[in-house]
Design a protein around this ligand. Sequence first.
Ligand code: FES
Length: 143
Amino acid sequence: MTGKAEHDTVPVLLCAGSALEEGGHAHVWDVLEYGRPQRAFVLRFDGVVRAYINRCLHVPVEMDWQPGEFLDSDKRFIVCSIHGATYEPEDGRCVGGPCGRGRLTAVAVQERQGQVHWYPSRDIRPSAPPKPPANAAAEENPP
Ligand code: FES
């Protein structure tokens, strides 16, 4: 898991683990960070799923070259498409370019039983309320 080691929120399903190939395309989704719309992304690096808010530290813009494409040609670093700020995929730390000494904002994710989930936090919430189970309406309104 990345992000917070402990969490007390209900996990939200993102995608199948098989959809995230090593060094491949990221899954991008919408979140609210402090109530403001943002995009987040999860990718697989060294076999582990890692997720961050899609916002460069240099200028607060989205970083992907093409939708869901964050890694450089060597599949070694996350690189911002605007001015080339370079981040370590393992922890989001800036390692080159105009991003200073900071790091990307991590989002807690976990892969289990072939599915990738993220864990909302106090600051980073789902952009839409989770959908109730398909049979919830029938249970609430019995005939
Ligand atoms: S906006 Fe990302 S490097 Fe400048």
